[in-house]
Design a binder for this molecule. Sequence first.
Ligand SMILES: NC(=O)c1ccc[n+]([C@@H]2O[C@H](COP(=O)([O-])OP(=O)(O)OC[C@H]3O[C@@H](n4cnc5c(N)ncnc54)[C@H](O)[C@@H]3O)[C@@H](O)[C@H]2O)c1
Length: 261
Amino acid sequence: MTDRLAGKVALVTGAGGGIGRGIAQRFAREGAAVGVLDRLADGVEATVRAIQDAGGKAAALVCDLREPEQVQAAVNQLRTTFGPVNVVVNNAAVMPSGKLHEVSLADWDRVFDVNVRGAYLVCREVIPDMIAHGGGSIIHMASVTGVLGLPGIAAYSATKGALIALTRSMSTDYAAQGIRVNSVSPGTIDSPMLHDFLAQQRDPAMRRAEFDAMHPIGRVGTIDEVASVFVFLASDEASFVTGANYTVDGGLSVKGEQPQD
Ligand SMILES: NC(=O)c1ccc[n+]([C@@H]2O[C@H](COP(=O)([O-])OP(=O)(O)OC[C@H]3O[C@@H](n4cnc5c(N)ncnc54)[C@H](O)[C@@H]3O)[C@@H](O)[C@H]2O)c1
């Protein structure tokens, strides 16, 4: 532990696996007490156990972010266990694929319910406490798809754009009360989500090489490289940072194309 988050109580949604688990583990290593929230009880238990086995503090919060009462109960449970929340990471997401006309109404509603409405429900539960206790840090997990036109994920991309817009307006609404609001936009990350996608491809190795080559740095990112930025934004080292959207994408979003001879 290096104690960059000592004394903080952090809530990480979607922490039952993938990048959210990585963020929760890094937060705990930096001294935060972490609320591990996810819909999947097994994933929550595994993350909490990993944190506790490493000597950190974690609380299991099994919760479906589409249910306002469950969100309220999870935040209350975390407050009772560790005290009021100082840091929120809205990381949980689902990603239905398809061009706009191919997305069912049910999938459209589901992706906005989890990715955007879920973030709203969490924020409205924690903000009064943050205001009462001198501030906090809210970090929305966006994506480069929130600003880039990547094909085949229209609804998901729209939710990530919404979170970037929400970051901007929330940052100005709450700056005077000491609440910083930022977003992080990763490129492709070496995660279970990527592995699942590759497993469905005809030539997984070739597709993986294409993903690596797509990023100017020459490879996809790691979960730890994303978590590092969350640690910074959650910590007091980022005390003058609000309203920002941090890209963690190996240069993907600024890459231009040169015509070849
Ligand atoms: N993996 C990537 O390459 C990548 C790139 C850019 C952005 N992101 C973003 O990073 C975040 C994490 O992605 P990941 O790759 O770890 O994906 P993941 O699918 O492994 O993790 C998402 C988590 O959210 C949880 N979740 C889904 N619906 C929920 C609900 N209704 N209530 C509570 N929890 C729910 C899932 O159970 C899961 O544990 C997402 O916001 C994703 O959009 C990922």
